[in-house]
Design a protein around this ligand. Sequence first.
Ligand code: SAM
Ligand code: SF4
Length: 437
Amino acid sequence: MRRLAYIKTFGCQMNEHDSERMLALLEGCGYQETQNLDEADVILVNTCTVREKPEQKAYSILGRFQELRENNPDLIVGIAGCVAQQEGERLLARIPTLDFILGPGKIHHLPEILHEVEKGKRGLCAVGFEDGASVNLPLPHTEQLRAYVTIMQGCDNFCSYCIVPSVRGRERSRPSGDILAEIHALIQRGTKEVILLGQNVNSYANNDPRELTFPRLLAKIDEIPGLERIRFTTSHPKDLTEESIKAFGQLKHLCEHFHLPFQAGSNTVLTKMNRGHTREEYLAKVKRLREVTPQISITADVMVGFPGEGEEDFLQTLELMRAVEFDGLFSFKYSPRKGTRAAQWRNDCTSEVKQRRLEILQELQREITLKKNKALEGEVREVLVEGCSRNSPHKMMGRTRCNRIVNFPGGSELVGKLVFVKITEGLQNSLRGECCG
Ligand code: SAM
Ligand code: SF4
């Protein structure tokens, strides 16, 4: 009998990747994915706790699933991800009908847990961290043109606002042999682009002198036949080395895009955030990246309303944005997270102040992004074609090496190919173009 699994994912690329792997494990247990909640036999909610909003959304969706379960007692509902790790068995007091709780470090136990639940057990909980067992997992059945590859887990940085070190554990780098083997296997199955994942990829294997350094790992991956593109995320400014910066000028498949969060433009705020870098050091790294690779696109994360952030501090954030002119920016309102150092401080920026600062910042970024997209009009860019455009069945969608989305007339025979596209129009969130080879 066909059994179906529905997975709802919140949060970052790490969670998206964990969901892909949990799906592969579910497939191994005889389940197929469904997008239709009503026909699901298993529902899995992969949660995020980096900010309050995704956490609350996860709870409200779990509440809805509880109602579904009342109508279908055989339905299995599990919670995974960072909320599962953070709350563990406490979740059972809040949602008594939960069948299982699975932390990100225990993903590999999903088949056994599911088996126990199928036999009638309820309220099973697996959280905590072990060796690398949660990383070396089966690949999803479906071919992936662009595939995530975990190179490290956890984080040792303890930025004062951030829950990640508690819910993802201490930094663990994956052996380079396993990483390279996984990329070889992905290429055999049609992958053209890999996105290396870690909270702080530049510190890859820093404590292990026998392992490759991050730039050496990149160089090894660059040599793998059949791979067209390499990307990675996320980098921490304090760990970004000259050797990594130079890799951009040297490695053919390394795409010219760097995601380098800066979080705040004021040194006072950066110090309180425990970021380990100053505004000046950040700007110096950006300058070096652009000296080595003038066309590189630079994106970042930034936060507004951190405890003690005054108007002057906020103006320094805007000033840094004007100085760098980011190609894109992910911006957030500070959200206190229980268990972090900053959560003990007075959250003195009101929600109105946070909202106003966020709007000002986002408006500035919109202007910069549009200006940069318009500047590309008339240029020719290499595009990896990913599929049909969202807006028209007669257009295709792909990404430039600098990670800009391009829509252009073309047919599905182009999917998976590298083509050259002349940019005809720069829009707010994407480019339009015409294929020219
Ligand atoms: N490891 C990455 C780094 O250091 O850049 C990012 C990890 S975090 C999952 C992604 C982004 O969420 C951070 O860069 C930060 O801007 C934001 N973030 C983290 N904690 C936050 C909090 N308590 N409130 C608001 N935003 C937060
Ligand atoms: Fe969180 Fe800082 Fe680690 Fe990024 S580097 S995951 S923001 S503690």
